[in-house]
Design a protein around this ligand. Structure first.
Ligand code: SF4
Length: 345
């Protein structure tokens, strides 16, 4: 089965060029991925691996920084995320794909970097302050959460990452990493590369009710949804509120379904046709979203089928991850040899 996973992805191989960079990125395992996660992160990873030397990991230790009180779902969430990533096209033969906690060197480097990181850098981080407010229902006054950017720096620097895909809101975290690398290089000689940001677009995808797509709002469309659920969610997706009756004209600009999905899954000609039909009320919303569903189907169907195939043999997922961990560990161990020597340990 493992070979099958690798072979399957082999057929999608593309060659790397001189622009290839060492890219490091992690994702927190929070359960099954929805379309917001796909367009926000998963799709980026699949694209980046085509031309770069990518180190992608499931950030299970990071998940504990805010959810340490409820870790019972962690292993299940990791499996779901691995299934989503592989079925969306992450290729474990082209990318080094592993679980963060399987590489203990991350924690050793985190410890050493925490010795040289002033607490003020972490407390001043605007993202830290925002998150304390956003997650006020949780007790995150723990050292692990404050030190989150140091662990992130260790995750990146341990692989001598040259670039990190980030949304604009995550730039402060990467800046802390760059500051830590500079300080380490200043104190101990040039031991780390200073990673550059690759600014990625993280479009805000709305859920079926028009709010941000989120598990907690119960409005998400999951990659793993059954055909029936998927269709139902698309058909019931909120539309322009002006269209109370079939005969009321609407405007696609005010329609969350159109803005989130028609634009992605319909060509210009189809969009123009919908625009005309919607503004003149010559097409109803159900017909319009049924057409949308038929356009999304060729994209989601292979992902869902691949997910089903992979989920039949979950043990093989861990073999794939172990193969990735072995590759990652080799690089991480080399970095730690250099770091220990530089710290005179
Ligand atoms: S007809 Fe289509 S674009 Fe217009 S409001 Fe309904 S779903 Fe949206």
């Amino acid at each position: 089965m493992v070979r099958k996973i690798l072979d399957c992805h082999d057929s999608r191989s593309e060659s790397r060029n001189d622009q290839s960079k060492r890219i490091v990125s992690g994702i927190r395992p929070t359960g099954k991925s929805h379309l917001g996660n796909y367009f926000g992160a998963l799709q980026n990873w699949v694209e980046l691996q085509k031309q770069n030397d990518c180190f992608f990991f499931i950030a299970d230790w990071h998940a504990l920084t805010t959810d340490y009180q409820n870790s019972s779902e962690l292993s299940k969430n990791i499996e779901e995320l691995v299934l989503d990533l592989l079925s969306c096209g992450l290729n474990p033969k082209k990318s080094t794909f592993f679980i963060q906690s399987h590489i203990k060197e991350h924690s050793e480097l985190f410890l050493l970097l925490s010795m040289i990181t002033p607490v003020g850098w972490l407390e001043r981080n605007p993202t830290y302050k925002d998150q304390i407010q956003e997650l006020s229902a949780k007790d995150i006054t723990n050292l692990g959460f404050l030190g989150y950017p140091v662990l992130q720096a260790a995750d990146i620097l341990i692989y001598q990452g040259e670039a990190v895909p980030v949304g604009r809101d995550q730039l402060p975290y990467l800046e802390v990493c760059r500051e830590i690398a500079r300080r380490a290089n200043h104190l101990y000689g040039n031991i780390f590369k200073e990673p550059q940001p690759i600014l990625t677009q993280s479009p805000l995808i709305q859920g079926t009710d028009g709010r941000k797509m989120s598990k907690s709002y119960n409005n998400a469309i999951y990659l793993s949804d059954s055909e029936e659920d998927f269709k139902k969610k698309i058909i019931t997706f909120i539309t322009d509120p002006k269209r109370q009756r079939r005969t009321d004209p609407g405007d696609p600009k005010d329609c969350p379904a159109f803005q989130n999905f028609h634009k992605r899954f319909m060509n210009q000609e189809e969009q123009a046709e919908i625009y005309k039909g919607c503004t003149t009320a010559s097409i109803g919303c159900v017909d319009c979203k049924t057409k949308l569903y038929h356009n999304i189907h060729p994209w989601i169907f292979p992902i869902r089928e691949e997910r089903k195939r992979l989920s039949k043999d979950r043990k093989s997922l861990y073999t794939v991850l172990e193969e990735g961990a072995q590759k990652a560990r080799k690089i991480a161990s080399k970095t730690m040899e250099i770091v220990r020597a530089a710290f005179h340990l």
